[in-house]
Design a protein around this ligand. Structure first.
Ligand code: MN
Ligand code: MN
Length: 316
């Protein structure tokens, strides 16, 4: 019995009602649900442009266009899954360590109860407390990291916690099964020649944007599967993986990236992996005048939910 599903858009037009993700009911529950969509509106871990605190709101607004049947994965989500819009986790603007604690504490009960979270950032610093909560139940997880940046700096402005450092901290805190983790789409200019090497030294497999583009989608998908294998995996998607032509609404855009079409096909290629959580981060509506970035982020979250549903469909 599927308890929670979106409003019926044949009965109430999709522009009606209070905005939730995909018109799901806004219920803060861990019972009778397979997944929860959650906003994490923290953005003072950002190094350049801020405003990702308004990302969840914009993604929700864009998500009203989504419909339950994913023809490319052949899955009708709400035949297999119950899900809610859980609302936003509390944060303290400007205070990253306090916010990290609140995010972790808020996510723990969902993970403990087997709910798969689909989190909407926020800047990329929010993934560290998410991984802390995930590791409490699952132990270290494989990271599938789409980003133009490694986010494995040691310090930024002399500080340990911000959106440039979460994955180094995650390795240090033993939250990641780094031997099964991969970073894809890396590009842009580096502070130093060995910034990419630093990620490799931590144990990550890395692929630059050029390596992904030259290898081709099918082989890249195969590479991800070979790397992650049966490990429990967390998927983190920084919207700046996508080219700024398709996703201008972000804080540290890097040219030479991926189209929205390539992006969605890569994500669908994750089907069959054992994924325990997802996030999409770094959407800044103030730089997104036509709402194309939030529309893409909503579609990325939709593909994540489709993958959850597909996992349930195959088990049944
Ligand atoms: Mn990032
Ligand atoms: Mn990035």
């Amino acid at each position: 019995m599927i308890k929670y599903k979106p409003a019926d858009s044949q009965a109430s037009p999709r522009f009606c009602g209070v905005r939730t993700f995909m018109r799901l009911p806004h219920v803060q529950t861990v019972d009778d649900i397979d997944f929860a969509v959650i906003g994490v509106p923290f953005d003072t871990g950002a190094s350049l442009k801020v405003g990702a605190r308004f990302g969840p709101e914009a993604i929700r607004s864009s998500s009203i266009i989504l419909k339950p049947y994913n023809m490319f994965l052949d899955v009708n989500i709400f035949e297999h899954c119950s899900g809610v819009d859980y609302g936003d986790f509390p944060v303290v603007p400007g205070y990253i360590e306090d916010s990290n604690d609140l995010i972790e504490k808020s996510l723990v009960p969902l993970i403990e109860n087997g709910v798969i979270p689909v989190l909407l950032g926020g800047d990329h610093s929010v993934t560290l407390p998410e991984l802390r909560a995930v590791a409490k139940t699952h132990g270290p997880v494989a990271l599938i990291h789409f980003d133009s940046h490694t986010d494995t700096l040691d310090k930024y402005f002399g500080r340990s916690y911000n959106h440039g450092t979460p994955f180094r901290r995650a390795v240090e805190e033993n939250l990641l099964d780094v031997d099964h983790s991969i970073q894809l789409g890396l590009r842009g200019q580096q502070y130093q020649p060995d910034d990419l090497e630093a990620s490799k030294r931590l144990g990550f497999e890395t692929m630059t944007s050029v390596e992904v583009q030259d290898m081709g989608r099918e082989k890249v998908i195969e590479k991800i599967h070979n790397r992650v294998k049966g490990a429990k995996a967390f998927v983190t998607f920084d919207i700046d993986f996508v080219d700024p032509a398709f996703a201008p609404g972000t804080g540290t855009p890097e040219v030479g990236g991926f189209t929205s079409a390539e992006t969605l096909r890569l994500i669908r290629g994750l089907k069959g992996l054992n994924m325990v959580g997802f996030d999409v981060v770094e959407v800044i509506p103030a730089y997104d005048p036509s709402q194309i970035t939030s529309l893409l982020a909503a579609n990325i979250a939709y593909e994540f939910i489709s993958l959850i549903a597909l996992g349930k469909k195959i088990i049944c």
